[in-house]
Write a protein that binds this ligand. Sequence first.
Ligand code: MG
Length: 218
Amino acid sequence: MRPLAASKAIQYIRDLYAKEDKLLQEIHEALVAVHQPIHIGPEEGKFLQLLIQMIGAKRILEIGTLYGYSTIWMGRALPEEGKIISLEHEDRCVEAARSYVHKAGLDGIVDIIAGDACTTLQEKLSDARFDMIFMDADKLQYELYLELALPLLNPGGLIVADNTLLFDSVYEDGPIGGVRQTTWEAMRRFNAVLADPSRFASLLLPTKEGLTLAIKQK
Ligand code: MG
């Protein structure tokens, strides 16, 4: 989630390294207008771009499109033959995201699939393969998304998951701040799976929300 008021340090970084263009600003303002500014910050968008370039990702699975803010940051880092399949269950978000992706000139790179992500993964994408998965969706379902999406990730592929500190509750003895017990338990299990060094080279980066990086071992 993007902090509502950026600190001076974050603002300095954004101004220097991660400037939003008019379109990204427009998406941010549209999300603020519907009281859902829960997208990543521009510095995280830039970080995703760097990761894509570092691993030479060509095919990305995104779980949770929202209005396409992160989708557009990632799409802009992909080569012409690259592809992002982005899954979104809310129709109004699908519609908004498609229009922003079109404005970004990324129609050829981004496919947004409407519907429940778990169903889509099982019914439409079981033969697909990806170099990177970006997860920023329903926190209760992260564990299930991982189970369904991991077989689609190429060995050496990268998982990036946002909000893995679960609003500063995941490291407490129990859920706090309105986080549900079931979600807290599911995120604890999700983090434990990704922390297993026999399966992943991984780290939960202590961003404000927590951003996990995990490379699927060969
Ligand atoms: Mg998020």
